[in-house]
Ligand binder design. Structure first.
Ligand code: ZN
Ligand code: ZN
Ligand code: ZN
Length: 243
């Protein structure tokens, strides 16, 4: 069957693990990593040396993750040796992976003629990092607006009288889709796992915002429904990413 490119996270957490019995056992014991150009067993930071799927070229795990999470450059979703396309790159997967491994995404400074003032926030966007900040500001404002709509006395409530926080969550996702956010590359997705990861990111942001700003809702019926939904989403992500 032809190789179907998975999301970045699925590639790392599922595809590469299929050859785990081969890790650190390259056919040539003096093999050099094609990314860092260091002999595989001399890496300054301990890491596995493993064969890529589907082409079988050998790289350091850490070098591959750094290369793939730190790029917005389409060329780098390919094998560094033979340029076989490996993954469908999406920003949210890279952001998740970077966060997990303690790497940082590149700021991505743009040329002056690509810069613009974001109408929703007034923020000046001249890099992937500033566009991400504008997206985050819009997400926070959207969470507040959706929460207050559901905290309104006339809004439907849970049986204990608490706001329906699971509905707030879905309103936030719906509103963001309507206003075509996120705009920046760090939060964009192209894959189903990317879509699920974005949903989880919004859930984590909403949980933090509620926990800090709306402490009265913590532990209510509405909170428990919302938490149950996040738990179910977590299971879907594990199923999708680990395949
Ligand atoms: Zn390396
Ligand atoms: Zn290759
Ligand atoms: Zn609503």
């Amino acid at each position: 069957a032809p190789y179907e490119r998975p999301s970045l996270l699925r590639y790392i957490d599922s595809h590469l693990l299929r050859a785990v019995h081969l890790y650190n056992k390259p056919p040539d014991p003096t093999a050099v990593c094609p990314i860092c150009h260091i002999q595989h067993n001399h890496a300054p930071v301990p890491t596995s040396f493993l064969p890529l799927v589907p082409c079988g070229h050998w790289v350091h795990y850490r070098c591959l993750v750094a290369r793939m999470s730190q790029t917005i450059d389409a060329a780098k979703d390919k094998c560094p040796v033979c340029t076989t396309p490996l993954v469908l790159w999406d920003g949210i997967s890279a952001l998740t992976l970077a966060t997990r491994t303690g790497l940082t995404l590149p700021v991505g400074q743009w040329n002056a003629h690509h810069a613009y003032r974001d109408a929703a926030t007034g923020l000046w966007c001249d890099s992937d990092a500033t566009e991400y900040a504008a997206d985050c500001a819009v997400i926070e404002a959207t969470m507040a607006r959706c929460f207050y709509a559901h905290a309104h006395p006339a809004a439907p409530r849970c049986v204990d009288g608490s706001p329906r926080l699971a509905a707030v969550y879905y309103d936030v996702l719906g509103d963001l889709a309507l206003i075509q956010r996120p705009r920046g590359v760090w939060l964009r997705w192209r894959t189903y796992s990317g879509f699920l990861l974005f949903g989880m990111l919004i859930g984590l942001k909403l949980r933090r915002w509620l926990g800090e700003r709306q402490t009265l809702v913590v532990g209510t019926e509405g909170w428990k429904d919302f938490e149950a939904g996040m738990g179910a989403l977590q299971m879907r992500i594990i199923a999708e990413v680990e395949g």
